[in-house]
Design a protein around this ligand. Structure first.
Ligand SMILES: [Zn+2]
Length: 315
């Protein structure tokens, strides 16, 4: 540690000054560690610093590649961690953390356990990656809806469109005559105006040949693309990928339960992620395209029973 006070040696400094020095030193170490834990800037190509003309040819002089700079910084940090002042500061911090707070607590008991000191043996804990059990469907979704078979589908869609502001339409490459049987395989469009269109390929399962969704793809409301194409927009590509996961998580899910879940996307572009609190993430620049069943009544002022999350905010 460098002694910035030129009028006193470490031996002459008061206990308070020494403590301040140690805190500053540990803060600096922590800052160094944090910056080295974000190494993406190291993986960039080296920059050409200048060109020299030698014997008629041009020799290019390179700066140190960023990755080498990173290794040097790690080495310097390791040496600093092993130095006597840092080791003494860490030891003092460890001893201090095990003591009861003094002075500034005004007699109030400590409510939280002391934070672990930063030591070489115990680096700051990383975020937990323990997966939690998250579901996309309500637990009773299997029994929530009456069985729906393909023969009744057209009537079901008509009824659905009469009741709400979302639309369900049978899709065909050519104009569909409502009196003719459904095309094989049946493809339907689910539309939330000004949000998205989701094409779903239908199938059936026994018993009762109930309608299920075999595949689903999302597009922007104004995109004119066939069902088997891909959206031009990252948000709908990301949503389509998530729809695959939803269907894989419960292949036998009834058509109505899928529609029920899709209806929750009405606020896709305005509802923030329940984990990070943001609408758009810095990583993917998409809104929360995941909906997970919350299982508890909605907060005051909200009606949805699902939580909105980014795909990277699922832990
Ligand atoms: Zn998030």
């Amino acid at each position: 540690m460098e002694n910035t006070d030129s009028t006193s040696t470490p031996e002459q400094r008061s206990p308070l000054q020494s403590l301040e020095d140690q805190i500053a030193l540990l803060t600096e170490i922590n800052t160094n560690i944090q910056s080295l834990r974000r190494p993406t800037s190291f993986f960039q190509p080296a920059e050409i610093a200048s060109g020299l003309t030698v014997g008629g040819g041009v020799v290019q002089i390179y700066h140190d590649p960023p990755i080498e700079t990173g290794f040097k910084q790690v080495k310097a940090l390791a040496e600093k961690l092993q130095s006597k002042p840092v080791q003494e500061a860490l030891k003092a911090a460890k001893e201090s953390a095990t003591k009861e707070p003094i002075g500034l607590s005004l007699g109030r008991r400590r409510r939280h356990p002391p934070k672990r000191p930063v030591t070489p043996e115990s680096p700051p804990p990383l975020r937990s990656f323990q997966p939690k059990t998250l579901s996309f469907f309500p637990p009773d979704s299997d029994h929530q809806y009456p069985p729906l078979c393909l023969d009744d589908f057209a009537e079901y869609a008509k009824d659905y469109n009469r009741k709400g502001r979302f639309h369900l339409q049978i899709w065909t490459a050519t104009k569909h005559d409502p009196n003719r049987p459904l095309p094989d395989p049946p493809i339907v469009r689910f539309v939330i105006p000004d949000v998205f269109t989701v094409y779903m390929t239908l199938g059936t399962i026994s018993p009762g040949s109930s309608v299920i969704v075999e595949s689903a793809t999302a597009f922007g409301s104004r995109e004119k693309k066939p069902p088997h194409a891909q959206s031009d927009f990252v948000v709908f590509q990301s949503l389509s990928q998530h729809l695959v996961k939803i269907l894989q998580s419960k292949p036998q899910a009834s058509f109505q339960s899928i529609v029920n879940l899709l209806e929750d996307y009405e606020d896709l572009f305005v509802r923030a992620c329940v984990v990070c609190g943001r609408l758009i993430t810095g990583e993917s620049h998409v809104p929360p395209v995941v909906r997970t069943w919350r299982g508890t009544p909605p907060p005051v002022g909200k009606t949805s029973l699902w939580d909105a999350r980014h795909p990277l905010c699922l832990d």
